[in-house]
Design a protein around this ligand. Structure first.
Ligand SMILES: Cc1cc2nc3c(=O)[nH]c(=O)nc-3n(C[C@H](O)[C@H](O)[C@H](O)COP(=O)(O)OP(=O)(O)OC[C@H]3O[C@@H](n4cnc5c(N)ncnc54)[C@H](O)[C@@H]3O)c2cc1C
Ligand code: SF4
Length: 203
């Protein structure tokens, strides 16, 4: 792993420039094989106020740091939104789900095998290098919304369930707070597969 600065955020306003790390179950794997090489990590795992599941009107407000296990086993989720609970429990392992967070799950990177193999061309990992998946093995790749530049699927089972349930994501940035439907958080690959979401630095 390459050297990097480490910063532990103590408040939301303290989240400075750098790659956010929450549970680390996806990011650390990618850093170990140098698919992601951030120069600075901002650890949000100790931030207060982001670990609760609160009732809001007829729905729930789920903090970005709520673990996948806590969400899947929440009695309100199991009774009212069993699709979400089942989607989460269908994935990963108990150990991973105990550490993985809601925000991290929604923003995890693709499982395209060529993205993980730094000897292969990948426009998502290294823009402009090509896409080794075109004509390659396609078991884990997308059927819809692809482009000539990328065929990758987003791997989050939670995102699929939340989109089906009409959930929204609340985005905090320097320009304030906005809410978007979960499915609108993500961008189709088009000619910029490296840009996976509508999130921009600081906004
Ligand atoms: C062995 C294994 C099997 C798995 N199987 C499945 C599966 O079957 N189905 C499935 O859906 N997932 C699966 N996963 C993925 C797992 O769900 C994710 O690794 C996990 O949810 C990521 O959460 P995290 O908190 O650890 O994220 P991290 O690794 O900390 O972060 C992931 C990404 O999200 C960003 N990020 C995290 N939190 C925030 C935030 N609040 N705001 C902005 N950016 C943020 C980080 O910068 C990083 O880019 C598997 C993972 C492993 C290791
Ligand atoms: S499908 Fe996307 S992630 Fe996979 S190799 Fe091609 S550009 Fe990279």
């Amino acid at each position: 792993m390459r050297p990097f600065e480490y910063h532990r955020a103590t408040s939301v306003d303290d989240v400075t420039a750098g790659q956010i790390i929450a549970g680390g179950t996806n990011l650390l794997d990618l850093m170990k094989i140098q698919v992601m090489t951030p120069s600075a990590l901002v650890d949000i795992s100790r931030l207060t106020g982001l670990s609760a599941i609160e009732t809001e009107g007829d729905g729930l407000r789920i903090g970005a740091l709520v673990t996948n296990s806590a969400l899947a086993y929440d009695t309100r989720v199991r009774a009212g939104w069993p699709l979400l609970s089942r989607a989460i429990l269908a994935g990963a392992s108990a150990q991973i789900r105990n550490k993985a967070t809601t925000g991290g799950n929604l923003l995890q990177r693709t499982r395209c095998p060529y993205f993980y193999d730094t000897s292969q061309a990948c426009n998502k990992r290294s823009p402009g290098t090509g896409c080794a998946a075109q004509g390659g093995a396609g078991r884990m790749l997308a059927l819809f919304g692809t482009s000539e530049h990328c065929l990758a699927a987003h791997p989050s089972d939670m995102a699929t369930a939340l989109a089906a349930l009409g959930a929204e994501v609340e985005i905090h940035g320097t320009n304030g707070t906005r809410r978007v439907p979960v499915q609108d958080l993500y961008r189709a690959p088009a000619d910029r597969p490296d840009r996976e979401t509508i999130l921009e630095a600081g906004t």
